[in-house]
Design a protein around this ligand. Structure first.
Ligand SMILES: *Cc1c(COP(=O)(O)O)cnc(C)c1O
Length: 426
């Protein structure tokens, strides 16, 4: 048995399914998850010493490549001064100032430790500030695992949602309306029907949790206008796309200003930092100023903030996003060229440092279209690539991530592996 297999067996004795987050178990693609021992730049190595080119980058945070020396140094220095105080630090101010500077729609921000906390808290804040209960989300968008957001569309058009997880009472999702992504008409109908009862709309402006699916400008603009007309709060969940598709997040790409933004992943540089922020007039409803309660023992943790702040500084280097974007499009252009040459029904798309590989005829624009993808082909492709030393997301419904350390040589190695893998499929 390989070390990965031994570790997976052992892990399953004391950890449900052997993993601490479900997608890591390879359930969708089959096979044995790789247990990672160390990572550097674009690579990581598993428990059997095998090297991989990594295209998940911890699901986004590793935008500088793994173990960037300046980030590691900042973490080591911070750790030497103590791990956590439960009292404020200057580092938290610097982090907040940096976020407010880079994302102009954020006038005030609160740090938390996970994306789930960020969206859950933003939702509570929106409800508290508007004194309304109903919320709108979109099918296929993931906003962490708060109860009210683990929900799929109800049985009738514009009826409230049903839980997607056991353990979530129907009562907890009965205020959540689930609409189709990129469907402006449904949004208009929903606001026509529920008008001034809607506290907020929450959306991934670039969706990365049903594979990569871009919002149309029209869709986001319609949402913005409807929220303005009805006094509802627009929340952009940029936990994944923030600092990933561009320095100012998806809101800078689409030039649409949300009222609140949730951030995570990149802003922690690999340690647990997330945040939510927006207009000061809304943020003032948070405790200790206002009546919306929100707190965290490890919020703004000094070691995590050191990693996050250093990461936010380094991504502001000249040409960082130009380079990241061009490396990512070289990869997807390569995938598209190989697929069409070999006549395989596969396509790829990207924005900034995020990409999608779809086993579909055309690039999907909604959850329903993404569900048409050929899962069996993806799973075969995934395992061919894994054997060839390329680690893609272990599910057809996840996005991929490129780091600044994915050089031309790394991209070329990936495309060589892809050509061999796809020709085995063809
Ligand atoms: C990852 C993610 C979350 C949840 O963040 P966690 O840190 O895993 O809790 C929320 N929203 C989006 C868009 C995400 O990609």
């Amino acid at each position: 048995m390989s070390n990965n297999e031994l570790l997976f067996q052992r892990a399953q004795k004391t950890t449900p399914g052997g993993v601490n987050s479900p997608v890591r178990a390879f359930k969708s693609v089959g096979g044995t998850p790789r247990f990672i021992e160390r990572a550097q730049g674009p690579h990581f190595w598993d428990a059997d010493g095998k090297q991989y080119i990594d295209y998940i980058g911890s699901w986004g945070p590793a935008i500088l490549g793994h173990a960037h020396p300046q980030v590691i140094d900042a973490v080591q220095k911070a750790a030497a001064n103590g791990l956590s105080f439960g009292a404020p630090t200057e580092g938290e101010i610097l982090m907040a100032e940096e976020i407010c500077k880079l994302v102009p729609s954020i006038e005030q921000v609160r740090l938390v430790s996970s994306g789930t906390e960020a969206t859950m808290s933003a939702l509570r804040l929106a409800r508290g500030a508007t004194k309304r209960d109903k919320i709108i989300k979109f099918e296929g968008c993931y906003h962490g695992h708060a109860d009210a957001l683990l929900v799929k569309a109800g049985s009738g058009l514009l009826t409230f949602g049903n839980p997607t997880s056991a353990g979530v009472p129907e009562d907890f999702t009965k205020h959540t309306l689930v609409l189709d992504y990129n469907n402006c008409e449904q949004l208009q109908d929903a606001f026509a029907k529920y008008s001034d009862e809607i506290a907020c709309v929450i959306v991934e402006p670039v969706a990365g949790n049903m594979n990569l699916i871009k919002a149309s400008s029209d869709f986001l603009k319609t949402m913005r206008d409807l929220c303005d007309q009805h006094g509802s709060i627009l929340i952009f969940d940029e936990v994944m796309c923030g600092f990933r598709v561009a320095l100012g997040g998806a809101q800078s790409v689409y030039e649409i200003t949300p009222d609140l933004t949730a951030l995570g992943k990149v802003i922690g540089g690999g340690l647990p930092v997330a945040a939510f922020g927006g207009r000061a007039e809304i943020m003032k409803h948070l405790a200790p100023l206002g009546g919306v309660y929100q707190a965290g023992t490890l919020s703004g943790n000094p070691v995590a903030v050191a990693a996050g702040l250093t990461t936010l500084k380094l991504i502001q280097q000249a040409d960082f996003y130009e380079t990241l974007t061009s490396q990512t499009s070289k990869l997807t252009a390569g995938f598209n060229a190989i697929a069409s040459k070999l006549g395989v029904e596969m396509c790829a798309d990207s924005i900034g440092g995020m990409f999608g590989i779809y086993f579909t005829k055309t690039i999907p624009t909604s959850y329903a279209e993404m569900m048409q993808a050929n899962n069996a082909s993806f799973n075969k492709f995934f395992h061919f690539m894994l054997d060839a030393g390329v680690y893609l997301a272990p599910s057809a419904f996840e996005a991929g991530f490129v780091s600044i350390t994915h050089t031309d040589e790394i991209i070329q190695q990936t495309l060589t592996a892809a050509e061999i893998s796809l020709s085995q499929l063809a």
